[in-house]
Design a protein around this ligand. Structure first.
Ligand code: NIG
Ligand code: FE
Length: 419
């Protein structure tokens, strides 16, 4: 890479979130490592130094002529946001279901009648790899324009081997061809496919026997996720799938206690899941077990809003010592959004998180939830130069001035990708 160094200077606030790659808990979630009149030196796509402008003048002043200088006066600069839970690759769309839900149908009723995830599975099975790539590329662009530079993506709209592999291959292509990083998760157990209804255990066997080995052999996923929910997969079935994934080197994740309390948080702690997702109905025992095990709670307040449900107990989880991350859950049914800034606002408004906690949850803790903490999630020497300059002065404004996109510039691996 023969890029000119980039020198960002005079940021009103530089929120570094520096302090090591472990997920933050309790008071650690409030520590943004703020530097006023902040400055970052970027070279070869990497952060080389972050400090006050005066400090960096001393170190790099003699090389100023080499660098592209960015004047960040009056602006907030943060790490690129990380979205640790999306279903970004899918065919078609489901706006009619949105209307049906407004008229009174529930999310689970629509799914049980063959809509919901099943409808998207039909459209995803029909779509070509190129079509899926095009649609998803545009979605990744939208993430980037909202300051999101790293995105996790799940399969699970195939639920047959061929379509699951198709989705995962599209993600591999996207990761190679789009500036954003895309981290893939296998989620063959996203619903019980209609053709397997009543034969759930046999479908679980198929996932374990045929799908997981193939996905692992092709190196197409880092994580293995299941929808553990009343009427979908039981905790026992979920445990089998997650344990089998571990044998293939796939780390467990779990959609847990979303619609009804079902012991999902407890299961996440027991199987050593890297994260548990949703958790709207997580029990006190489950929350305690997650804190003890260090399981990251990946909370999705936009989904709760969209389903008109009470959001997860983010405040209680942080107070109990659970590391909390937040995410869009971007998907065509329960959360068709790519806006992590909206999710941070909602984390404050509907989960009583502070503005600082919401930012840590959308950067460092989110990076930890997808095992990317060595590369992204904070502004520290040696990390990828993934940064956002916002058209506001401080981190409180980021959460306070809501429903508006404040992104001015985004750098990915030191390259200006939004200007
Ligand atoms: O995380 N809960 C299950 N899966 C997704 C929704 C997928 C869909 O409706 O298409 C979720 O909310
Ligand atoms: Fe999800």
């Amino acid at each position: 890479m023969n890029q000119r160094p980039v020198w960002i200077k005079h940021a009103a606030q530089l929120a570094t979130i520096a302090g090591g790659p472990a997920p933050r808990i309790r008071e650690g979630m409030s520590d943004l490592g703020i530097i006023e009149d902040g400055s970052v030196w970027i070279e070869e796509g990497e952060i080389r130094a972050a400090g006050t402008t005066a400090e960096l003048e001393k170190r790099y002043g003699s090389r100023a002529a080499e660098a592209e200088i960015i004047d960040a006066s009056g602006r907030l600069v943060t790490p690129g946001l990380v979205d640790p839970h999306t279903h970004i690759v899918y065919g078609g769309s489901r706006e009619k279901e949105f209307e049906m839900r407004l008229e009174g149908a529930t999310y689970m009723e629509i799914m049980e009648a063959g809509g919901g995830i099943h409808a998207t599975a039909r459209m995803t099975r029909e779509a070509t790899e190129e079509e899926l790539f095009e649609q998803s590329f545009r979605r990744l662009d939208s993430f980037l324009s909202h300051g999101v530079t790293t995105v996790e993506g799940k399969s699970g709209y195939g639920m047959d081997l061929e379509t699951e592999l198709k989705q995962l291959r599209v993600m591999k292509q996207l990761n190679e061809r789009h500036p954003a990083d895309l981290v893939p998760t296998f989620m063959g157990a996203h619903a019980v496919p209609l053709e397997w209804k009543g034969r759930e255990d046999e479908f679980v066997d198929l996932i374990i026997r045929d799908m997981l080995p193939k996905v692992a052999e092709e190196g197409l996923a880092a994580f293995n996720d299941v929808f553990c929910e009343v009427g979908v997969y039981t905790p026992g079935q979920s445990r089998r799938i997650l344990e089998a994934g571990k044998e293939h080197g796939l780390l467990p994740k779990i959609h847990a206690d979303e619609i009804e309390p079902y012991g999902g948080a407890e299961l996440a702690a027991e199987v050593g899941a890297i994260s548990a997702e949703h958790l709207l109905k997580a029990s006190d025992v489950g929350i305690r077990k997650m804190a003890e095990a260090g399981t990251i709670a990946c909370l999705l307040p936009a989904t709760a809003l969209y389903l008109r449900e009470e959001a997860a107990r983010g405040r209680d989880m942080i107070d109990a010592g659970v590391p909390v991350a937040v995410s869009t859950d971007c998907n065509p049914g329960s959360s068709p959004t790519t806006s992590m800034p909206l999710v941070m606002n909602l984390a404050c408004i509907s989960m009583r998180m502070t503005p600082a906690e919401a930012l840590v949850a959308a950067t460092l803790n989110a990076a930890c939830a997808i095992n990317m903490q060595d590369k992204v999630g904070s502004i520290e020497p040696g990390k990828q130069a993934d940064l956002v300059m916002w058209d506001i002065q401080n981190y409180q404004e980021l959460q306070y001035l809501f429903g508006v996109n404040h992104v001015m510039n985004v750098w990915k691996k030191g390259k200006l990708v939004i200007s």
